[in-house]
Structures are given as C-alpha cells and as structure tokens.
Ligand binder design. Structure first.
Ligand code: HEC
Ligand code: HEC
Length: 280
C-alpha cells in the first residue's frame, strides 16, 4: 500500500478498465502468430499471467506493428541488411563472410539472449556479442552500444526469431547474474522510492498520466518509438524509467543493465519475440 500511496501522490495513478485482458490477437504480416499472453514463469511470484507491451497500446499503434509495410522500424532493418554484407575492419570481412544468410544463421538467436558465453566466461547481450564479432572477428571498431548501427543489427537479428518463444536460461552459470538482476528489479530507486515492480508488477494496466502501464516486458525490443523517431534499445528504456524515479541511472552496456536485462528477459519467457515493436 505504501508504494501505491507514493505513486499516487507523485504521479496521479488512474485505474481504468482492464484493457490488457482484451482479446486482440497479434499476427504479423497475416502470417506470424505472436503469443502476447502466457502463464507467468513460476519464479515470478508477483504475476500470474504475463502480457506483451503490445496489449497495452492503442489500436492504431497495434496495427502499425501488424504489418511490416506500416512498421517504421523496417527502414532501419533494411539498412542493417545492407550493413550485414558490408566489409569493415582489418580482416576484410562482413557479417555475411562468416554467418552467410541472416535468416538461417540467426534463426532463434534472439529468443535465448542474454546468454552465457563459455569462452569469455560472461553473460552476453546480443549487443555485446555483435561488438565482440566486430572487434575480435572483423578487426573493426565496436559500435556505440545503443547507437543506430547496433539497434538496426539487433532489430534485423531479432526479426529472425519473431513468433518464437522467449526462452532465456536463468540457472547454471548465469544464476548469480540473474539474481543480481532480480534484486535490482525490486530495489526502490530515487526520490520517488519506486522499484520496477512498483510500476510494472503492482500497477500494470493502470495509467500514469497518459501512459498505460505495461508489465515492462522486453520481447519487443529494440522498439521503434514514435517519440524518438527511431529504434530504442532495452538499456535506453531502462535508463529512462530509472530517470523517471529521479534517481541516478546506469549506462547502456553496464554490468548492472546486463544483469537487469537478463532478469527482465526471463520474466517474458513464454511470450513470443516480437521485435521490432512500435511504441508511442
Ligand atoms: C570471422 C567470422 C565472423 C564474423 C566476420 C562475424 N562473426 Fe559473429 N560469430 C562468429 C563466431 C565464430 C561465433 C560463435 C559461434 C557460436 O559459438 O555460436 C559468432 C557468433 C555470433 C552471434 C551469436 C550467435 C549465437 O547463436 O549465439 C551473433 C548474434 C553474431 N555472431 C553476429 C555477428 C554480426 C552482426 C557480425 C557482423 C557485424 C558478425 N557476427 C561477424 C564469427 C564471426
Ligand atoms: C514510475 C513508474 C515506472 C517505474 C518505476 C519503471 N517504469 Fe518502466 N515504464 C513506465 C512507463 C509509464 C512506461 C511506458 C508504458 C509502458 O509500456 O508501460 C514504461 C515502459 C517500460 C518498458 C517498455 C515496455 C514496452 O513493451 O514497450 C520497459 C522494458 C520498462 N519500462 C522497464 C522498466 C524497468 C526494468 C524498471 C526498473 C529499473 C522500470 N521500467 C521502472 C513506468 C515505470
């Protein structure tokens, strides 16, 4: 109750009808069926059902995501397709030199990220892996972690998993990182003393100002935000949310955000990958 009190005082929370429980079905291009509602994984004690952020958006935005001709993210994907076979770096290689056809080599990859990399002994996000390929395999410069080259490549790779269930591992060598992410999720940040859970677990489906609160899932990331007129990466979204609690935040690519991403991704295990999504 304390949370709700603070939240109400700080940002005027308005309870409305249960829009997330509507029966809108997401089928992309009339072809790829997307699961937007699934039973919550048993390690998420605060939720019984998980919902994709798509379910909380209004009808016009939902429709933009249903058709790649309408989805503004596809412009970035088209650029990334050209980039995929563009030679860069001292080794004279492109992504395609090793991975060939993106549709085949990257099938299902996004669904299991972040994941453990045995050789490096670390949890890797997709962006970390892409930059590792650039610096180690191509002799090229790392891309800015959340820059447009990176978000475009992430969107292209993610599309090859569209409709497949998110299936991020939480145990074995990633267990400690996952635990760190879980702790962050329930930590109250900033002057408003709000945790991710205060908004996205306890108050999803309510409104904060004009925003219909979702569960803060990341199965649609990178997401095209109309507000930014471009793709926004998971870590940027985290950063914005923490800043809204008037707290100091972490940087995109930081170890803290990698741990948080792993944990938040695991909260969506069972939903479909639907990136690149469209958001206000
Ligand atoms: C010289 C060869 C080479 C080049 C060039 C290269 N990679 Fe890789 N990449 C690899 C190898 C080797 C792996 C590890 C394979 C494995 O263990 O799954 C890998 C793994 C990956 C993975 C993870 C796949 C998985 O199943 O987890 C992604 C994503 C990836 N590369 C993206 C890229 C992108 C994007 C580019 C271009 C910017 C690129 N790579 C360029 C060799 C290369
Ligand atoms: C003060 C309330 C608040 C807090 C605290 C908060 N968020 Fe958010 N978050 C929002 C709002 C509002 C949006 C935009 C509407 C929506 O999708 O929920 C949002 C959106 C998101 C999204 C995008 C979801 C989508 O499908 O587009 C993610 C991911 C997210 N938040 C993660 C987090 C994480 C992780 C934390 C904790 C570090 C956090 N948020 C803390 C209010 C909050």
């Amino acid at each position: 109750m304390r949370t709700t009190g603070l939240l109400t005082a700080a940002i005027a929370l308005v309870a409305t009808g249960a829009v997330a429980q509507d029966d809108h079905q997401l089928v992309t291009n009339g072809d790829i069926e997307i699961v937007t509602e699934a039973p919550a994984p048993d390690y998420i004690s605060g939720l019984r059902t998980i919902y994709s952020g798509w379910r909380f958006r209004d009808a016009s935005l939902q429709e933009m995501q249903m058709d790649d001709f309408e989805n503004p993210a596809i412009i970035a994907v088209d650029k990334a397709i050209v980039q995929w076979s563009t030679v860069d770096g001292t080794e004279g290689k492109s992504c395609a030199s090793c991975h060939e056809d993106v549709e085949q080599s990257m099938l299902g990859v996004r669904a299991v990220y972040p994941k453990w990399n045995e050789d490096a002994g670390e949890v890797r996000t997709l962006a970390m892996q892409i930059n590792d390929c650039r610096t180690e395999n191509m002799g090229a410069e790392a891309w800015k972690y959340d820059g447009s080259d990176m978000t475009g490549a992430e969107a292209l790779i993610s599309m090859q998993s569209r409709g497949m269930p998110v299936n991020v591992a939480i145990d074995g060598p990633v267990a400690d990182t996952w635990k760190q992410g879980e702790e962050m999720y329930y930590t109250r940040y900033g002057q408003l003393e709000l945790s991710c859970a205060s908004c996205h677990e306890e108050n999803y489906d309510n409104y904060i100002r004009a925003d219909h609160l979702s569960q803060g899932q990341i199965n649609g990331f990178p997401a095209f935000r109309l507000k930014n007129d471009g793709l926004v990466q998971t870590h940027n979204r985290f950063k914005g949310c923490i800043r809204d609690t008037r707290a100091e935040t972490y940087s995109p690519g930081s170890a803290e955000f990698v741990a948080l991403e792993l944990y938040v991704a695991s909260r969506g295990n069972g939903l479909s990958v639907e990136a690149p999504s469209v958001r206000p």
